[in-house]
Design a protein around this ligand. Structure first.
Ligand SMILES: [Zn+2]
Length: 258
């Protein structure tokens, strides 16, 4: 990438114009924003994680109940990638837009905490977080920090210190409900926004995939920054299919007048 040239400059200007003209922009992010940070998309058939395991067999609530060791074997390389990953220019650009008041809320399907580490404040993790674990037996919640090193380094499955039940990371597995309060808040944000920017999500996982439709039905603008097509591209003001770690810094530069 050249410093002062972007091939679709008109698209960048158009995105920046829309962002500047709106007062309540919400961003919805998926795995595609974190793949440039080296975190594979575990729901994507192209990720190595799918070739070795069927996520529905290891990353579902039922699978966890019966074979927690299989779940943890599958999660381990992903947890290791997340531990060593750094926010990329897309995360940093969105944090900058938030700090400058151009973005009011980030709704993310990711549980890698790269938005927060990039400096974003208003982040709703609709698919949960790896920061805490809940006992599958007594439902007491624990901080992950005490267990994560033993697990990532030595493969030790975390057990509840109170009842010895298996601890489950508070990430949403296939077949699980979204965290109710966070999901409600995400829906409220979508109902109020005048712009939704989808970043790195192919919008294939329900119910999150339905949010952009609700936003446009309410009259909000829609910008989609994703490398593959989505079902709602046709209703977007603008679709940019380049790498988001490249497009977002260009858009930010234009919005901020750097
Ligand atoms: Zn317990």
């Amino acid at each position: 990438m050249s410093e002062d040239y972007y091939p679709n400059r008109r698209d960048i200007l158009c995105a920046a114009d829309i962002i500047r003209s709106c007062s309540n922009a919400v961003v919805l992010t998926g795995a595609g924003i974190s793949t440039p940070s080296g975190i594979p998309d575990f729901r994507s058939p192209q990720s190595g994680l799918w070739e070795k395991y069927d996520p529905f067999e290891v990353a579902s609530l039922n699978a966890f109940r019966y074979h927690p060791e299989k779940f943890y074997n599958w999660l381990r390389p992903l947890a290791r990638d997340i531990q060593s990953a750094q926010p990329n220019p897309a995360h940093l650009g969105l944090a900058r837009l938030e700090q400058a008041g151009f973005v009011t809320q980030i709704i993310t399907q990711n549980f890698d905490r790269l938005h927060q580490r990039a400096g974003s404040i208003n982040v709703l993790e609709v698919h949960g977080s790896l920061d805490t674990l809940t006992c599958a037996n007594c439902y007491r919640q624990q901080e992950s920090i005490e267990f994560i090193q033993a697990y990532v380094n030595r493969g030790e499955i975390p057990y509840c210190p109170f009842c010895q039940g298996t601890l489950k990371p508070d990430v949403i597995l296939f077949g699980e409900q979204l965290p109710a309060r966070i999901w409600l808040k995400a829906q409220e944000c979508i109902a109020r926004c005048d712009l939704l920017i989808v970043v790195g999500s192919s919008l294939e996982v329900l119910p999150v995939a339905g949010l952009p439709m609700r936003a446009v039905d309410n009259g909000a603008h829609l910008i989609i920054l994703n490398q593959s097509e989505t079902y709602i591209d046709i209703r977007a003001d603008l679709v940019l299919s380049d790498n988001v770690a490249i497009t977002i810094p260009w858009i930010v530069k234009e919005v901020m007048g750097d």
